[in-house]
Structure formats: structure tokens, C-alpha cells
Design a protein around this ligand. Structure first.
Ligand code: PXL
Length: 280
């Protein structure tokens, strides 16, 4: 039977992030994907000025209540960028009313990068997000989000491997079964960047790397996370899914740089989606 997912992120009209990435990635993997938008923005808040922002908080409960009458089973529930820390309460309400014990709860915290919260994100977000990741099967924070979630100082742009392993262990202790920390750079491998992965059946976190490209790549976390969930829904193991997603994301970065499209428009992830079609 065809798998079904529910993706809960903002819609940024332009800039390739959130739902405009999650939906095509999951569709390419053959997954029937329903959406609940958390906010509507004209662009992401990264490298644009003058963007609009419309918080959809007051729609979330009525949408959830209606969808819950349909009695649908979702194989995955995928949350990403939220308009506020307060929205976590409504995401927990969705989990309570729209998922069951067979639903894979996949949470991308999506609230910070490079040591700082995103422009519109309130101070309460890390505390609230901790409540959400406690309900998750899989989480994919970047190194900045991991530090915020653990209430630790930011580790900077280059990371001691033992610090990242410790992040993974402590995040697992907050509840999820699989932790993938993204945007990891080790001082011993300056020409590489990648992820650390720890699952409950691994002794310690494993690092996976790809070629580092210079630049600020907006929406890359969303691209990686969406590929990761798509691959998990094709029954790859977490480590296999992370390896594939990392390779696809790095290929998308390479193609984007080669094409010369300004980086604020996000990655040309469409050009690697065919690799998801091919998964059995
Ligand atoms: O996850 C990235 C993202 C998603 N949505 C919005 C954003 C960002 C990152 O800046 O601003 C609106």
C-alpha cells in the first residue's frame, strides 16, 4: 500500500525551504503527502529583506480537528519550521489527534543556525522544542540547534568530535530513537562537512562526511531532512538514509554552485530527486 505522510512546516513562497522542499522530496519517493502550513511567508528569512509573515496558528487546531474526523493513518509525521515556540502546543495536539503508534514522528527543529536563532524565532523556542523532540522517533538538529536544545554554549563552526558525540548521547536521552546532528565540521578534516548519527542500537555516534563547499546554503537543512525522511520511508536504515541524503545534498550544492544561481534561492535539489525514484 502507498505510504502517507503529513508535513507540517511553513510555506515560504520563494527560496526553496520547508514545504516547497518537503513535498517534492516525499512525492519523489512515492509517498502521498498531506500538508499543514504553520505560517505563510513571501520568502525565507535568511538573506531577503522586506518579506511578509502571516502566522497560521489559529488555523492549526480547526484543521487538525477536521482532519481527525477522516480517520487516516499517517506513516510519518514530519514537523519543521514553526512560527513560534507557542505553536509547539498545537503540534503536540496534532500528534495526539492525527498519529498512532505506527507513525514515525520525524522532527526537524529548524529554528537556528550558525550560533543564532532565525530572525523571527522567539527565545522560548528551544524550551518548547524540547517538549516536541521528546515525542520524536527521529530528530535532525544542526549543531547550533543541538546546543540550544541541550542548553549548552554554541560549539562554533569547527567541532571537537567528542563534543558532538556527547550532544548525540544527551539528545537521545531526551527521548528520540535516532539523532542526526547536521552541519558537523571536524578540525582534522577541514575540507569535509557532514553529520553525526546515533541510534539506540549503536554504541556511539558515527560520522558521515562529504566534500565541503564554501558559502552559506539556505534551506540545506530542510533539503537534507526531507531526503532523509523520504529514504527512511523507502525502508533504508537510519545510517543508509543519512548516507544517501548527505550524498544527494552535496550533489545539489555542487550543481547549484556550478549553475551560479544566487544562494539565497536555495539548492537546486530538483536535479537530484531522481535518486529517490530509483529506490526500491
Ligand atoms: O528551515 C529553514 C527555514 C524555514 N522557513 C523559514 C526560514 C528558514 C530559515 O531561515 O526563515 C521561514
Amino acid at each position: 500500500m502507498q505510504k502517507r505522510a503529513l508535513a507540517v512546516h511553513d510555506i515560504s513562497c520563494v527560496g526553496r525551504c520547508s514545504l516547497t522542499v518537503a513535498l517534492p522530496a516525499l512525492s519523489a519517493a512515492g509517498v502521498n503527502t498531506a500538508v499543514i502550513p504553520t505560517a505563510l511567508l513571501s520568502t525565507h528569512t535568511g538573506e531577503f529583506q522586506g518579506y511578509t509573515h502571516f502566522d497560521l496558528s489559529d488555523q492549526l487546531r480547526p484543521i487538525t480537528d477536521h482532519l481527525s474526523t477522516l480517520g487516516l493513518h499517517y506513516d510519518a509525521f514530519y514537523s519543521g519550521y514553526l512560527a513560534s515556540g507557542a505553536q509547539v502546543e498545537q503540534i503536540l495536539y496534532m500528534i495526539d489527534h492525527l498519529t498512532d503508534d505506527k507513525t514515525h514522528i520525524f522532527v526537524d527543529p529548524a529554528f537556528a543556525d550558525h550560533g543564532r536563532r532565525y530572525s523571527l524565532i522567539d527565545e522560548d523556542m528551544p524550551r518548547q522544542m524540547r517538549r516536541l523532540i521528546a515525542r520524536a522517533d527521529t530528530i535532525v538538529p544542526n549543531v547550533t540547534e543541538a546546543a540550544f536544545l541541550l542548553d549548552l554554549p554554541w560549539a562554533g563552526e569547527s567541532h571537537d568530535p567528542e563534543t558532538v558525540r556527547e550532544y548525540c548521547r544527551r539528545l537521545i536521552d531526551l527521548g528520540p530513537k535516532n539523532v542526526i546532528v547536521t552541519d558537523v565540521s571536524l578540525p582534522t578534516q577541514p575540507d569535509k562537512t557532514g553529520v553525526a548519527i546515533l541510534t539506540r542500537d549503536m554504541q556511539e555516534a558515527e560520522f558521515l562526511f562529504g566534500t565541503r563547499y564554501e558559502g552559506l546554503f539556505h534551506g540545506t537543512g530542510d533539503v537534507f531532512a526531507s531526503f532523509m525522511l523520504a529514504a527512511l520511508m523507502k525502508d533504508l536504515s537510519p545510517v543508509e538514509a543519512a548516507r544517501l541524503s548527505l550524498d544527494m545534498t552535496h550533489e545539489a550544492i555542487r550543481l547549484t554552485l556550478e549553475d551560479g544561481e544566487p544562494l539565497r534561492y536555495g539548492l537546486q535539489f530538483e536535479r537530484v530527486l531522481h535518486r529517490l525514484y530509483g529506490l526500491s
